[in-house]
Write a protein that binds this ligand. Structure first.
Ligand code: SF4
Length: 366
């Protein structure tokens, strides 16, 4: 189904291709070499110590106003209908500040922007020089808080999955239609970002499967019309021949559109999980679930508690981080567990091994 929105095309497609190649290779947020800027912490890890995290991924709530048909968390959410209390959130914020945490990603669990204290928390982080990023369904931004959000954030990623109200209702299943509101929110964020010249990326994440593959071109057109910075496509299909056809079809379309589109288009369709040696870099990111559990990393929440460091409802974050238990779990990780996941920390670990362990860059010969 068409959105009826005009399709924006770059006046010079070669220019947009060159810009995209530069984006992928040079100084930009997607370059894995940025891990090198945390050399002090990497050296601590290589010496068997756990440094303070650079970033914490925080799920403020498991409550959600959507009910996406493919939701990875839906069963977990049903069993854990909770959110972190306001008091705990601010206690965490104080601990992050004491530890020197640089950024906090507000993610779900559920929809992070539904937490009743979320805007106060975002303001607190901004006032205390801790950057934030938000992964959201985009439906609940308060107009009066747009300025705070844009000034505080390095990126906002909106899970959209559709280019029309009809398909959005089918996939995200909100109680009442919210598609237009989400589109308006993206526009407001982007306009305000451009007006004040903020350093914030706006991206859309689309999960591709049989219910929305027919709208893929319209999703790109919508992203272009909204002037978002990127669209990230992921697959929510199995290994059946029909599923493979959907993904092959989507890949062909994305690669064709990518030659002309001013929006950076990514997909992770064929990225297979790789087996790597024991993970080095997971303590650079802390992970806290809405039920208070602190995991060794974001992929460990389904590991039957084997990789749970503790619970922030029982102990303070600052006491759990780097504790004896944390160190024990870190040292006893099983690479077979990680082998199931496509995880960006493996890419960072590759860089760490090449640069810090093997000294392939001759880092002291500048
Ligand atoms: S899944 Fe494995 S490789 Fe990825 S961050 Fe977790 S422990 Fe590290």
């Amino acid at each position: 189904m068409s959105t009826g929105l005009p399709t924006y095309r770059s006046p010079c497609s070669w220019l947009s291709i060159i810009v995209k190649i530069n984006l992928m290779l040079a100084i930009n947020p997607f370059n894995k070499l940025k891990i090198l800027s945390h050399s002090d912490k990497i050296n601590q890890l290589l010496n068997g110590k756990i440094p303070a995290p650079v970033r914490v991924v925080l799920e403020p709530t498991n409550l959600c106003n959507h009910n996406c048909v493919f939701c990875f968390y839906s069963n977990f959410r049903t069993d854990n209908k909770v959110h972190i209390s306001r008091e705990k959130l601010f206690e965490l914020a104080e601990d992050f500040k004491k530890l020197g945490v640089k950024s906090v990603s507000l993610v779900g669990g559920g929809e992070p922007m539904l937490h009743p204290a979320i805007y106060d928390l975002i303001r607190w982080f901004h006032d205390n020089n801790i950057l934030i990023s938000i992964t959201t369904n985009g439906s609940t931004f308060k107009e009066s808080e747009i300025d705070t959000i844009v000034r505080a954030s390095t990126y906002i990623r909106i899970s959209l999955n559709a280019a029309s109200e009809e398909t959005h209702n089918l996939i995200n299943a909100p109680k009442t239609s919210q598609f237009e509101r989400i589109i308006n929110n993206i526009e407001k964020l982007r306009r305000h970002r451009d007006k004040i010249g903020a350093n914030m990326l706006i991206g859309i994440k689309n999960a591709i499967f049989e219910k929305n593959i027919h709208e893929l071109e319209d999703m790109v057109a919508l992203g272009e019309r909204l002037k978002v910075d990127y669209i990230m496509f992921a697959a929510v299909v199995g290994e059946s021949p029909a599923s493979r056809r959907i993904i092959d079809d989507a890949t062909e379309k994305i690669e064709k559109l990518n030659q002309e589109s001013p929006v950076l288009l990514f997909h992770s369709f064929y990225k297979k999980p790789k087996k790597t040696p024991r993970c080095i870099s997971n303590p650079l990111i802390g992970t806290i679930s809405a039920n208070g559990a602190m995991y060794l990393c974001g992929f460990m929440d389904h590991a039957d508690g084997a990789y749970t460091i503790g619970n922030i409802n029982e102990n303070r974050f600052i006491d759990l981080w780097g504790s004896k238990k944390h160190l024990e779990i870190y040292r006893s990780q099983d690479p077979e567990y990680c082998a199931k996941y496509t995880c960006k920390m493996k890419d960072y670990d590759d860089v760490i091994r090449e640069v810090f362990v093997k000294d392939k860059m001759h880092i002291y010969s500048i």
